[in-house]
Write a protein that binds this ligand. Structure first.
Ligand SMILES: Cc1cc2nc3c(=O)[nH]c(=O)nc-3n(C[C@H](O)[C@H](O)[C@H](O)COP(=O)(O)OP(=O)(O)OC[C@H]3O[C@@H](n4cnc5c(N)ncnc54)[C@H](O)[C@@H]3O)c2cc1C
Ligand code: SF4
Length: 512
């Protein structure tokens, strides 16, 4: 948190009794989408209360140990997985939401993604050109810029070199950073405070404009009079233990849910199945499943230096995947190394020579659900099934990464997929990655990009909100997180979530 707003954010120790407050708008969730809406509404002179279940983190709170960091900053200690096809998925619990731990990648999807949205969900006004002014505004506010070569580090530049050698288009990644030092620690929180996460960007700006920000408050129910949302109620929760204490209620003229694409549907379900005449709340869950391949080079790569994710290729988006460079803490990376005991130790000694490149796949065929549990827990029951055709797309991505590694001079790759050798030493050996028929269970995949669980749709019978996030079925209720995407973005979702939220702010203001 910036020194300027420390003390202006209400924290756990400051709640002494039950309380009630009143506002024009109550925003639930301080991730990228909620923070943008809170700021834009406050800047328009509205009285805003922003509620966040997690605590604020300062640089001293960030744990470099990846496993410990996940225990503290992620829901279910970072161990959240789906049923059906098992896929780990991380959602953050902190002031700033996912922006605190993400790699700061900010990409506008190409036109064809929005044309697909329009057609699939009978939408109007969601073309890329309709959203460009909102992307512009967010990019200017956060100082989003391309990662310069001097911050790339070898592990990112080798990706560029491999792509160049093969004639594959690639580009530096645009990120929301100011003064990045290339420490590669985005996942555990930016100790340099270079990453413009919401807690040091949009949230302080909202506070400066007059917003009240309450942390360690868990919203448990959206209140309504049957026709109109009238506020929220919940309890104060202790950071990390989740122990519940004082009760609170916020009365408001409009309620904006930005609790993330897993928490928002659960909140609606727990509130008497609110705004769900379409039956679509909690359905259509989509992920961008990801795979990563390690490459070992003959010379030292020094992978500890460089922007966490500095280079990308959008060349295969229409085929269904995006390629990126990626670095992670050693404890997380270790799961990608095969073998155990002495064998594993020998492999870990290769880390200074290693680079790690990944693919995220557009998986329209692989769908899931989010359901509320019985009882008091707000943790969702997630189900998701990886479609065999989508798994095949991910296999194609593996092969492309192998090509790029060998073109860049790697001597060995570790493909990290079941049913093929642990190590490959040439493109000929890697050909099996291209020809193999994959099963969904072959992949060690994960996804932190999740969407569509309260999707927008032009037809109120088929979706939960309109393109401005207004609930079809309830006045005064807006949803603005990545759950409202009608389909996935094919690229990293944060910037699109913020652009849509930026646009929704005007619709909320108009309704007051
Ligand atoms: C490790 C990681 C790396 C990623 N890298 C990138 C990247 O580089 N680029 C990119 O585009 N995307 C990335 N993503 C995804 C991106 O961070 C998310 O898509 C984005 O944060 C979603 O924003 P949101 O506002 O919808 O939800 P969130 O960021 O999840 O914010 C929701 C907030 O609501 C709070 N909340 C939930 N329930 C309640 C409740 N009941 N009461 C009060 N508060 C509640 C949560 O604690 C949370 O802070 C990454 C995600 C992770 C986890
Ligand atoms: S690479 Fe390091 S300095 Fe740069 S934004 Fe990420 S954590 Fe911060």
């Amino acid at each position: 948190m910036s020194a300027a707003v420390e003390g202006e954010v209400r924290v756990f120790a400051e709640y002494e009794r039950d309380f009630t407050e009143e506002a024009d708008v109550v925003v639930v969730g301080s991730g990228p989408c909620g923070a943008v809406v809170a700021h834009e509404l406050t800047a328009r002179g509205k009285r805003v209360v922003l509620l966040e279940e997690g605590p604020p983190f300062t640089p001293q709170d960030f744990e470099l140990d990846g496993a410990l960091s996940m225990t503290r900053m992620m829901r279910e200690a970072g161990l959240r997985t789906t049923r059906g096809t098992i896929i780990p998925t991380m959602q953050t619990i902190a002031l700033g939401g996912g922006s605190l731990v993400n790699s700061a990648i900010c990409v506008r999807p190409p036109d064809f993604v929005f044309e697909g949205w329009e057609e699939y969900a009978e939408l109007e006004g969601t073309r890329r050109s309709d959203l460009d002014p909102h992307y512009d505004a967010v990019e200017a506010f956060l100082g989003i810029a391309l990662t310069p070569d001097e911050l790339q580090g070898q592990r990112n530049l080798l990706f560029r070199d491999g792509c160049d050698a093969l004639g594959i288009e690639s580009e530096p990644i645009a990120r929301n950073v100011r003064g990045c030092r290339g420490s590669g620690e985005c996942f555990t929180g930016c100790r340099a405070r270079a990453k413009q996460s919401m807690d040091i960007s949009y949230v302080p700006a909202a506070i400066k404009a007059g917003a009240r920000v309450l942390t360690s408050v868990q919203v448990q129910e959206v209140l309504s009079d049957g026709r109109r949302a009238t506020g929220v109620r919940g309890q104060v929760v202790e950071p990390f233990s989740g122990r519940r204490s004082h009760r609170f209620r916020i009365d408001a003229k409009a309620v904006v849910l930005a609790a993330g694409c897993m928490a928002t549907p659960v909140l609606l379900q727990k509130s008497g199945n609110l705004a769900n005449g379409s039956g679509q709340v909690g359905r259509n869950l989509q992920f961008h499943p990801g795979i990563a391949v390690l490459g070992i080079f003959p010379e030292k790569v020094d992978p500890g230096f460089g922007a966490t994710q500095g280079y990308q290729s959008l060349a295969f988006l229409r085929e269904g995947y995006k390629l990126e460079t990626l670095w992670a803490p050693a404890a997380i990376l270790a799961v990608r190394f095969p073998g155990f005991g002495h064998d594993l130790k020998k492999r870990l000694a290769q880390v200074p020579y290693a680079a790690n490149w990944d693919a995220i796949a557009t998986c329209h065929r692989s769908l899931g659900t989010v359901r509320a549990r019985r009882g008091a827990s707000l943790d969702p029951i997630l189900t998701w099934n990886f479609d065999p055709e989508d798994a095949q797309v991910l296999g194609g991505a593996l092969y492309q990464i192998a090509r790029i590694f060998f073109a860049a001079g790697a001597k060995t790759i570790l493909p990290g997929v079941h049913g093929v050798p642990d190590e490959m030493h040439s493109l000929e050996e890697a050909d099996v990655l291209r020809t193999r028929r994959y099963a969904a269970s072959d992949f060690v995949t994960a996804s932190n990009h999740a969407f569509c669980t309260t999707r927008m749709h032009g037809d109120p019978a088929k979706g939960v909100v309109d393109p401005r996030g207004r609930a079809h079925e309830m006045d005064g209720l807006f949803l603005v997180d990545t759950g409202i995407f009608p389909r996935c973005t094919s690229v990293n979702p944060m910037l699109t979530g913020m652009a849509l939220a930026h646009r929704s702010a005007q619709a909320v203001a108009d309704e007051l």
